[in-house]
Ligand binder design. Sequence first.
Ligand SMILES: [Zn+2]
Length: 376
Amino acid sequence: MIPDDVVERVREEADIVQIIGEHVTLKRMGTDYRGPCPFHQGTHPNFSVSPKKHMYYCFVCKEGGDVFTFLTKRLGLDWPGAVRLVASKSGIEIREVESQRSGPDPREPLWEVTATAAEYFRRMLWDDEGGQPARDYLASRGIDRPTADRFGIGYAPPAIGFMRSHLQTLGFDDARQIAAGVLTQPEEGREPRPRFRGRLIFPIFDSVGHTVGFGGRLIGPGDVKPTPTGRLVLDAASGRMPAYVDTGLNIVHVDDVAAGHLLAHQHGRIGERYILGGEDVTLQQILAQIAGVAGRAAPRVRLPYAAVLPIAYVAEALSRLSGRSGRVTLEGVRMARKRMFFSSARAQRELGYRSRPPLEAFADAIAWFREQGYLR
Ligand SMILES: [Zn+2]
């Protein structure tokens, strides 16, 4: 617990204009500062920040509070996390009483990065011209703005440099962005790149509201890299994989996983885990289906187990989750690697989750690979 007098002191000494100013463009008006309200997405300067009262207030949507309220509502931090974040920005040391941990959680600097990145993705989705395809996509799935905001959905634009430099101007250097997982470094000496590009972003919160990771999905089939699973589909479709091992995978369409994320947010019980999978299929069946869609003969020879990367589509989607499991979390990567068959029965029962047949996932993936020139 952080003692009340310390909370009070942090509130008093915090530069509320500077901290809120990282998220809202504020201009001085008399003794206060004004800007567009981030809570009702206003365009007029109805959002007021008072350094004297240490409060903010929106004259339109009546959203108001102190610097901690702002951070909890806007960045998804929990209350102590917001107090600690503001304290560290203000150079105030916090000694907690009867705390289970001594000192701040070592992951806090990373949460700050992911929370800021989440905010950036949200702005890209709603305020940026480039966010139009993502907005259209959400509209086509019947997801309106209030629903999307409730889940903190954002959009990572395809451009390479913007998020990185935006975070840099806020003081998060490359090393910290990489540690937080929002940037990746392909090899030593090469320019770091954003982990998420051209896809919707679903922030994943832990039990106290820290943004701990992201489950991202491509818009449309869109497997740009491609992923190991995409590579398998490509190889099989182009006849480059003449053999198979007798293993099995759980195959799920990425769109179903995305829909499952939303269902989990809407109907999931806190503390429960839901597997968003598809159908269990043997690799032999998979290769036969892909060959059928691609118009080729199915492969016949067996390969040593390790020659194939047996990672299901779902594992690919799940492996993007980093750090600790989320509040509404998906079980998967480890499990999918060991036993590649698993059941989504709980998600079906409790969330109303449904997945389409694997054949449709293969057909969509192959059609997309063809369109993009990966495959003739
Ligand atoms: Zn407002």
